[in-house]
Design a protein around this ligand. Structure first.
Ligand SMILES: [Zn+2]
Length: 322
């Protein structure tokens, strides 16, 4: 555990067999109170690492707030346990509802990804292998809901909530204006590009994500504390890179579609991915799933812009260039 600023600690919670490697859990103390930001998977490795850090800091859970930046299991997996032991849990309304919906969103996603052309036989049991499903919080959590502009305080730190939809619908960053610190969750990561997935056809998450990047780009920030990997200082520079990345990706998807109409799975297989495998066929199932849902997010973005159309055949959606 590392003390980054007075009373602000970063604990690395290992994410077993996951390309993200670990989760940055931030623990902030002051005036006898504690704020825990993000919790790791509901798995033994994360449990041991989190509770060791809490013990080292002599945290009393009945005097602790736990905030989850978004509903993904690497951030929310242990929130039920912390709440059961007395902590007050905080989250946006959208993501709190998804956490408490249990497996229903995964089953919906399963149907949705089938329409994207994911081979049915590969998809058998895919949900059960999905890390978000395997390591999710298993009990209902009585969340206190935080909305855009609400504040969350501990000791010397007062954070404003900034809703940043895109990575998830209710993703929320925390901003400490006086100390110029942004707790970024998975909205902005330094070493990896946050995954933007289409999880329902009624949203255009990539457009929301790009708008949410603009939303935080004007903030005065000296230190960005992301959900994974390296903490960093150049917020504006990283936002610029991420926006460029998505424009390049969108252009790549259009280029792939120029040859012939294709479904999202076929598009994903032809896109370039920063993965340690020779071909798309070798990707683990969960990574193929993320790739297909990211391809869908780009296809939806291009469709809303009027550049791509779609047709449906035998329950599978095929996309074409307009
Ligand atoms: Zn994450």
């Amino acid at each position: 555990m590392e003390e980054i600023r007075p009373g602000l600690y970063k604990a690395d919670l290992p994410l077993p067999k996951n390309p993200l490697k670990s989760l940055n859990c931030y623990i902030i103390q002051g005036d006898g109170e504690t704020l825990v930001i993000d919790t790791g998977f509901n798995c033994l490795e994360c449990h041991q690492a989190l509770f060791k850090s809490l013990d080292d800091l002599a945290v009393r859970l009945d005097n602790t707030k736990v905030f989850v930046t978004h509903m993904h299991a690497d951030h929310s997996g242990q929130v039920a346990e912390l709440a059961r032991e007395g902590a007050e849990a905080y989250c946006s309304r959208e993501d709190a509802e998804t956490i408490n919906a249990g497996e229903a969103p995964f089953l919906m996603m399963d149907v949705f990804i089938r329409t994207g052309g994911f081979p049915a036989q590969e998809l058998q049991n895919a949900v059960k292998k999905h890390p978000g499903y395997k390591y999710r919080a298993l009990e209902q959590v009585d969340f206190k809901i935080l909305d855009d502009g609400d504040f969350l305080s501990v000791g010397e730190y007062t954070f404003a909530c900034i809703k940043t939809p895109g990575h998830t619908w209710g993703h929320t960053c925390l901003y400490e204006k006086d100390k110029k610190i942004l707790i970024a969750g998975d909205h902005i990561l330094k070493d990896i590009t946050p995954n933007i997935s289409l999880w329902s056809d009624s949203f255009d998450p990539l457009s929301s994500y790009l708008a949410s990047l603009d939303l935080v780009s004007h903030l005065e920030v000296d230190l960005v504390l992301p959900g994974h990997r390296t903490i960093f200082t150049d917020l504006a520079g990283r936002i610029k890179e991420l926006k460029e990345h998505h424009q390049v990706r969108a252009a790549e998807v259009l280029e792939v579609l120029k040859a012939q109409p294709q479904n999202a799975y076929e598009v994903a297989a032809k896109m370039t991915w920063d993965m340690p495998y020779d071909s798309f066929d070798q990707f683990p199932l969960a990574q193929k799933w993320f790739a297909a849902s990211e391809a869908l997010a780009h296809l939806k973005y291009l469709e809303v812009k009027g550049l791509v159309g779609r047709t449906a055949r035998d329950g599978v959606t095929s996309f074409f260039c307009r």
